[in-house]
Design a protein around this ligand. Structure first.
Ligand code: FES
Length: 146
């Protein structure tokens, strides 16, 4: 009998908002699944679409970008630029045969620990429903904890 599917999710977290929101989630002991591997970036606008596509090509089951709420980006409009790229990323994923629902972009402030936990819980559930990335069988991504 196969093991229960535990998705591997890459999270690109803005240093100023979402990453801090994750810290708050820890402080308030909010519960959320351990499937997301965080990558801290200075702004959601710094996450080039190639990084999202590459992570999925390498076998990640889902990718989520988390940044500051619109109007609160520390670099003025990085999050708006990230948002503007979403549709392009989804089209590229569809062309590759990957469900666009494996990618999400969400805004979480540094004070929203509970929201952080809910976003990660909901996205993990969404990826579990989708099942393993169809490209995963071609390349098994090895996550290492540091
Ligand atoms: S600084 Fe957080 S999204 Fe730009």
């Amino acid at each position: 009998m196969p093991d229960k599917f535990e998705p591997k999710i890459i999270g690109f977290l803005c240093n100023w908002c979402a990453y801090a929101g994750g810290d708050v989630a820890g402080v308030i002991r909010a519960q959320y699944p351990p499937n997301m591997r965080p990558i801290r970036v200075m702004c959601s606008g710094m996450v080039h679409p190639d990084l999202v596509v590459e992570a999925l090509k390498m076998g990640a089951d889902g990718v989520i970008i988390m940044g500051c709420h619109i109007g609160q980006c520390h670099y003025q409009d990085g999050n708006s630029k990230a948002m503007a790229r979403v549709e392009v990323v989804r089209v590229v994923l569809e062309d590759m045969g990957i469900e666009p629902e494996r990618f999400a972009i969400v805004w979480v402030s540094s004070a929203e620990g509970k929201r952080f936990a809910k976003v990660i819980t909901d996205f993990t559930d969404q990826i579990k429903t989708l099942g393993p990335n169809p490209l995963r069988k071609d390349f098994e991504l090895n996550f290492k904890r540091v």
